[in-house]
Structure formats: structure tokens, C-alpha cells
Design a protein around this ligand. Structure first.
Ligand code: FES
Ligand SMILES: [Fe+2]
Length: 373
């Protein structure tokens, strides 16, 4: 790591620094698909307020703001199939095109009809979730933004969405952060029977397809001698040596754009943990955790029992809530003085800076948010 990087903060990463509300040219998971039924659902993603509705089994997303007086369409009514009516004065919109088809309180021949529409957003349903394209450009196939193993037909995907305080970039950096697991998480119940090493020498490597960066441990020190505390850490008797957490081929932690973490679980655990840090606005993100096993039949039944009996509470809850509490405390801009393990953070920033799809250099958005008559 260059010393200059160690001092710099986000400002030296121009595109990353500008992406406080997220990189727009991506598909983002926004909710569990089956939770969208008759009632419209509101979500803020990358600074945009959206309303999601389901119509004849298909999901649609529109800007959650009536062009008339700005009332959220998410409190609207469903007067006719395929349409959403604003609760205030009864402007009625086609959910697939966003066009105003009637202004009920101005008679059937209202001259405003045909002159107004709300922005629509492409929506796809995969892995039991709804994905929304936030880009200004035409969408890429949604499969490009989903790790391909999640699309396998035998993938059993447990999900937890949490609206969390903090900026999505700090949540992403925390996910890939090398050092905190060895201090912050040391007292978590999830880690109670494992030996977390004192420190590692870490190298960041890139996957062959250029999508992922991975933390690779060159050396791991279970305990070491320090001033004042002497030997650290001290292990409890119930933390067996075979519970040593050393990153190996089946215990890898990787990160890719636009902020997707993948953690292969150690040993014979047989499942993989994923996280998305979906930008909501500058100060909030949607934290999505997935626990995934690839199995069917009885194996699938066993997996779901396992998930709901302890993984949900200990890993998704108690363990990852430690991360949520820390990210919430991280100010968005602050002087930072990085240290050696933060090679993980700078590698991610470099990836985001150089590879993120965005259209920062472009001029006007291709799709105006509101077309007024
Ligand atoms: S604000 Fe929506 S119809 Fe008036
Ligand atoms: Fe963590």
C-alpha cells in the first residue's frame, strides 16, 4: 500500500467519492419477491423513491411521486387492473408505461391526459427477489449482476433484508475489512468455539474473470507477544485448536461490484454467506444477507432447519449486527489513517474506481424523471 493512499480518504478516488448514493448502472435487489402482493411497496434506492406494484403476477417499479403535487404513489389505490391511482386527486397511471391515462377529478376529457408520465424502472425477479435497474442507460441482462451460482436451480437461498444507518461504501468496506474480524467479532456467540488469530499477513488477489477480489492470507499468527498485554489473544479452553479460523481454499472472502460480498464457510459447513450493500441514500443502505446451500429434497429440508434453528439468529443476527452497529458510527467523511491490513479497503476502492459501470462522463440523463405537459 502506498503511503499516500494510507492518508488520503475517499477524495482521491474521484468516481468512488462521487458515488455517495451508489453506482447507478446496476441491478439492485430491493425486496423478497413474494412480499409484493396487492399493496404497493415503497423503496428508496440510490436516492430515488420507487413504488413497486404487482400486476398479473409481474412486478413493476415507478417513481414514487405523483407529477401533480408530488404525493407518493405508494399510498395510491388500485381502481383498475394494471393501474395505480394517486390518493390525492385521482390521477391514474398505467403501471407498465407510467403514462397518465385518466385524471378522475377533471372529467373523462381532461386535457392533461396523455401529456404526463412518471418514470418507470426495469424490474426482474430472480432468486426469490425483485431486482431493479437504477441505470440511466438501457439495462444489462440481470444475470450479469448476480453471482452465477445463485442462479443454479438447486440453490436454497435464505434472505434477510435490513434497512441500516450508514453509507453503503462504509458498509462495503467493513464487509471486506481484514482486521475487524479479529477484534470486533472476537466476543460474538457465533465465534464462541473458534480460535480467531491475532493477525494475518494479507494479499489481495483478483479472480481470473476480473469480477472479484479475494483476501488471501500469506501467513496467520494465532497468538503473538505485544507490549502491555503480553500474549494476545488468550483462548478459552472450549476454543479448540482445530477451531482455528485461518483462511484457506474453502474459507475465502471475496468482493465484487457494485458491493457484493461472498464468504465461503470454513471446513465442511456446506454453505456460503453473501451480503449486498444496496445504496438507499447518503446515510442509509439496504443490508441484504443471504445464506445459501446447494441441495434438494431431504438435504434442502435439513438446510432450512439448520438455517432457522441457529444460522439466522447467530450469524445473520448477533454476529452481523455487530457490523451494523459499527457502520452506523462511521462518519461519511473523516480523516483516516489506514494501517497494513487495510490493503483490503484500498484494493476495493481501486476496483470501484477503475471498473464500476457508471455514466459520470455523460451529459443529460437518457430518461427524464418527469415529463410534464
Ligand atoms: S397529487 Fe396526485 S393527483 Fe394530485
Ligand atoms: Fe464483520
Amino acid at each position: 500500500m502506498h503511503d499516500e493512499e494510507a492518508r488520503g480518504g475517499l477524495a482521491q478516488w474521484k468516481r468512488y467519492d462521487a458515488a455517495a448514493e451508489g453506482f447507478r448502472e446496476y441491478w439492485y435487489p430491493v425486496m423478497v419477491a413474494r412480499e409484493l402482493r396487492g399493496k404497493p411497496v415503497a423503496r428508496r434506492i440510490a436516492g430515488d423513491d420507487l413504488v413497486l406494484v404487482r400486476e398479473h403476477g409481474r412486478a413493476f417499479a415507478l417513481a414514487d411521486r405523483c407529477p401533480h403535487r408530488g404525493i407518493p404513489l405508494s399510498i395510491g389505490k388500485r381502481d383498475a387492473p394494471g393501474h395505480l391511482t394517486c390518493r390525492y386527486h385521482g390521477w391514474m397511471f398505467d403501471v407498465s408505461t407510467g403514462r397518465l391515462v385518466a385524471a378522475l377529478t377533471d372529467g373523462p376529457s381532461s386535457p392533461i391526459v396523455g401529456k404526463v408520465c412518471v418514470r418507470t424502472y426495469p424490474v426482474e425477479e430472480r432468486c426469490g427477489m425483485l431486482w431493479v435497474w437504477m441505470g440511466r442507460r438501457p439495462p444489462v441482462p440481470v444475470e450479469q449482476d448476480i453471482p452465477e451460482e445463485l442462479l443454479a436451480p438447486d440453490a436454497q437461498i435464505a434472505k434477510r433484508f435490513v434497512l441500516a444507518a450508514g453509507n453503503w461504501r462504509y458498509a462495503t468496506e467493513n464487509g471486506f475489512d481484514e482486521a475487524h474480524g479479529k477484534y470486533l467479532h472476537r466476543d460474538s456467540l457465533w465465534m464462541a468455539f473458534k480460535r480467531i488469530p491475532a493477525w494475518n499477513q494479507t494479499r489481495i488477489v483478483e479472480s481470473e474473470d476480473g469480477l472479484w477480489i479475494t483476501r488471501r492470507q500469506e501467513a496467520s499468527y494465532a497468538q503473538d507477544e505485544y507490549p502491555v498485554v503480553n500474549r494476545w489473544p488468550r483462548f478459552h479452553v472450549w476454543q479448540r485448536p482445530q477451531g482455528n479460523i485461518v483462511q484457506t481454499a474453502n474459507n475465502r472472502l471475496s468482493l465484487r461490484l457494485p458491493g457484493i460480498l461472498r464468504v465461503l464457510q470454513p471446513g465442511s459447513a456446506g454453505w456460503t454467506h453473501y451480503e449486498w450493500y444496496v445504496p438507499v441514500d447518503r446515510t442509509h443502505y439496504l443490508y441484504l444477507q443471504l445464506a445459501v446451500a446447494w441441495t434438494r429434497g431431504l438435504g434442502a429440508l435439513k438446510w432450512w432447519l439448520r438455517y432457522w434453528s441457529y444460522i439466522r439468529w447467530l450469524h445473520h443476527g448477533e454476529f452481523n449486527n455487530q457490523d451494523l452497529r459499527i457502520v452506523r458510527l462511521m462518519p461519511e467523511t473523516h480523516p483516516e489513517r489506514l494501517f497494513r491490513p487495510d490493503v483490503s479497503i484500498t484494493a476495493w476502492r481501486r476496483l470501484a474506481e477503475t471498473r464500476a459501470r457508471d455514466y459520470a462522463e455523460d451529459s443529460a440523463p437518457a430518461v427524464p424523471e418527469l415529463v410534464r405537459g
